[in-house]
Design a protein around this ligand. Structure first.
Ligand SMILES: [Zn+2]
Length: 532
């Protein structure tokens, strides 16, 4: 439903709602419009991994056959109102997150967050949200022409964590004679906070539609749900109110995790290096510090680049826009309709739904606990999730593996990641995390094996693994190979991907960001480490 957006100012075509109902319902206005819907040419969202353009590769996919079937029923009911060519059947995927959200993807799929079904107050709300997403598909908003106008979304940045953890762990272990020192733990927790932040920000991969496309989807979603006998008027209003609340909650969660990460990172910066900052000394001996600050920056940027709704019309404006549209398009007034609840009651009555609710909550709680180093609690939550019928879902297994690694059991984590990879629902992120862990543990060959298999699995898209390949080549003293991968990386013309690769290649990170004595000022709002 586009609560998250691309970089601020990326789109934005005017401040007012662009669909007027004065010429009648929008569904009639589009008669004769060339919809440009071309099967199989859905266009790319320009995400870090091409796999993310496909519903089946979403990060926290839960297989819920009964729920999917019920959602499909609603979609079919809405689609029946569309008098023009419909395209192939829509695929439905459920995402194991508590967000009040849904989005459509170029492969003609609609991804529904569990939270939408859990938090909606009526069938009409769900129908309106689904109608909006269906509208993006029906109106050809992913067609080549439209996609060309779309702003490329920034590549997600995970490598920062890799270097942050790899370089500093080595360092810290050295300082304290190989045992786990406070710095090591802080690094681990920072890594886990980074994982959580990454999850919060990236779990939904919403396409960057323009404002006018969003307005069209709002209007057509209204027509479709109105036509299918839902209370579109009331539903749209409460949907936008809930989106507003959801957005604030998500922002608060991201903010909290960001400040936790900042304070963990500030604990990590070794005192002697801080001293050399203060003395203005920034020499080659601080290469690790370069990587550390570069990593910190990358982690925070990954979160900061996608502030919720930064480029989108605020929900309150959408609510106002659609209310005006309704008055204009339906001058006789929409028929008074009671809110319906039968569909939601049926969806929520299944064991499948009850089990999913436990799994979704437990995994999130496990992530939160791991990010503060509370491993007993994280373990308990993972066990809780494992006991549900979703215990075999990569969403659960990947987090169990990350926890194992943090607790020092690399072999156990390796087995768990391998188990997640045996599932058809394994995600790009899970594979990246697996390879990253093996790299950190010095198991280059096995890491490369995972990278090879994963690259093939996700449509031979090498982008998510390029920086890791560079790091592995360097780890093994193969400088030419590292350079070759770096060149490939740069050729994709993606600023964040390039940044990650340069970090992996050990290039000094952006000169202008270097702290200048006597202030220690770290970029991206990282506070100036006052207690050092
Ligand atoms: Zn939308």
């Amino acid at each position: 439903m586009a609560a998250w957006a691309g970089p601020a100012g990326a789109q934005g075509d005017g401040g007012t709602f662009t669909v007027s109902g004065k010429k009648g319902p929008f569904i009639r206005q589009v008669a004769g419009r060339k919809l440009g819907w071309t099967p199989g040419q859905g266009g790319s969202l320009g995400l870090a991994s091409d796999a993310v353009n496909q519903g089946q590769y979403q990060q926290a996919r839960l297989r819920m056959p009964q729920t999917e079937a019920a959602v499909r029923e609603l979609i079919v009911r809405l689609q029946a109102q569309w008098p023009y060519p419909k395209g192939p059947p829509v695929q439905i995927f459920i995402l194991g997150v508590d967000y009040y959200n849904a989005y459509s993807l170029p492969d003609n799929s609609i991804v529904v967050a569990f939270g939408l079904l859990d938090r909606a107050r009526s069938d009409d709300e769900v129908a309106y949200v689904l109608g909006h997403e269906l509208s993006h598909l029906l109106l050809g908003h992913f067609a080549a022409g439209a996609a060309a106008e779309q702003k490329r979304r920034e590549t997600e940045s995970r490598l920062g964590q890799l270097f942050l953890v790899a370089s500093v762990l080595g360092d810290a272990a050295g300082h304290v004679g190989g045992s786990l020192g406070a710095a090591t733990l802080a690094v681990r927790n920072a890594g886990a906070s980074g994982d959580m932040l990454h999850f919060l920000v990236n779990v939904t991969a919403e396409p960057p539609h323009t404002r006018s496309q969003e307005d069209e989807a709002d209007a057509l979603g209204f027509d479709l749900s109105q036509g299918a006998s839902f209370a579109a008027e009331d539903a749209s209003a409460s949907v936008f109110d809930t989106i507003q609340v959801d957005r604030e909650q998500r922002r608060a969660a991201v903010d909290a995790m960001q400040s936790q990460l900042k304070s963990q990172l500030s604990e990590v910066v070794p005192r002697d290096v801080a001293q050399s900052f203060l003395g203005g000394g920034w020499s080659s001996s601080t290469l690790k510090q370069d990587l550390l600050t570069g990593g910190a920056r990358a982690m925070l940027r990954a979160a900061g680049s996608r502030d919720p709704g930064s480029a989108h019309r605020p929900p309150i404006e959408r609510k106002r826009g659609i209310a005006q549209y309704s008055v204009d398009a339906y001058p006789a007034g929409a028929p008074l309709r009671e809110e319906q609840h039968a569909w939601l009651q049926r969806v929520r009555a299944t064991t499948e739904f009850a089990q999913a609710r436990i799994a979704v909550e437990a995994v999130q709680d496990a992530m939160k606990a791991r990010s503060t180093g509370n491993y007993p609690e994280a373990t308990a939550q993972i066990e809780r999730a494992s006991k549900t019928s979703f215990g075999g879902a990569p969403m659960v297994i990947n987090e169990a593996a990350r926890l194992r690694e943090d607790m020092g059991d690399v072999a156990g984590a390796d087995r768990l990641f391998a188990r997640a990879e045996a599932s058809p629902d394994q995600t790009v992120d899970g594979c990246v995390d697996h390879a990253r862990m093996l790299y950190r543990a010095g198991q280059s060959d096995r890491a490369l094996q995972v990278i090879e298999t994963s690259t093939a699995r996700f449509g031979n898209d090498e982008k998510p693994f390029l920086s890791l390949r560079i790091a592995i080549a360097r780890q093994n003293g193969r400088k030419d190979e590292a350079d070759r991968y770096l060149q490939r990386c740069v050729s994709y013309n993606d600023a964040n991907l390039k940044h990650d690769c340069e970090l992996a290649a050990g290039k000094k990170v952006e000169q202008q960001d270097k702290p200048s004595a006597p202030h220690i000022s770290l970029p991206f709002g990282l506070p100036s480490l006052p207690h050092l």
